[in-house]
Design a protein around this ligand. Sequence first.
Ligand code: ATP
Length: 287
Amino acid sequence: MTVQSEEVLSITGLHFAYNGGDPVLDNVNLTARRGDYIAILGPNGGGKTTLIKCLLGMLTPQRGSVRVFGKPPKEALGRIGYVPQYATAREAFPITVLDVVLMGAMNGSSTIFTSGWKRGKGNAEKALHALQLVGMEGREKLTLRQLSGGQRQRVIVARALMGDPDLLLLDEPTANIDPQGKFCFYEFLASLPGHITTIVVSHDLSITASAFTGIAIVNRTLLYNRGNTLTEGQLAMLYGTHEPSCPMGTFISTVSSMFPTMTNLQPYKPHAGQQPQQPAPGPEDNA
Ligand SMILES: Nc1ncnc2c1ncn2[C@@H]1O[C@H](COP(=O)(O)OP(=O)(O)OP(=O)(O)O)[C@@H](O)[C@H]1O
């Protein structure tokens, strides 16, 4: 019998519309388990950031359920590390790498000017450990302007790690990184401690597929794949229906060439008693 790892995230039948308008997300279902590393891909305006905001409890869906570690998102925030879109610190600001990471030790009520982020010995040691985890040890005294774009992003991830997250959400983390740096960054995320579930949102299809345990495509609704195939017909149906302005040909051919081994993508229905088809899952690969 396969032992299932902890369910970290469960989205069922989620429906969200801004201000009573057309739905931005409609009947979205997604499950993530401990240690999963999932990419949520989709075109601009497809609803990726909206989905992340629902996961953080910043937006409340009109229908459906979102559970993080079995709880409403706001009750699980202490276990979530969030790297928002445009999370770049101003490189000209004379702040050290260590100070940026220490900001992650602020609790909800503190600010940069209150005690929450002070360089207590425990916090400093923790920050150095976080920098080690992101491969930035020895650079704590540098200022941000002395780092590359990819290194800066690693520092921002280290900041998110200060809260000891079990779930890490990153919204477009490689927007300002060159192609090689992007590749390294996504590989690096795969190397984070195995208990961390990582969810990365991107409209960038040049990201590497190999590191991920799952790919979700979102454009109003969502298709979820775990090691299966993405067919052109299914993508065309998804993007053609909901995003007529999307450059379909480019998108489909890019995705198809990125995931040549995938077969049989299906809408993911975690609570319908139906499991997606999988090629010989390992003990942890069972969502
Ligand atoms: N606060 C808001 N009020 C009204 N509509 C919004 C709001 N935020 C986003 N939208 C709309 O919701 C849709 C989805 O936006 P969202 O930011 O979730 O997309 P996205 O997939 O993250 O896009 P991108 O890749 O460009 O960041 C878009 O049509 C957008 O205009």
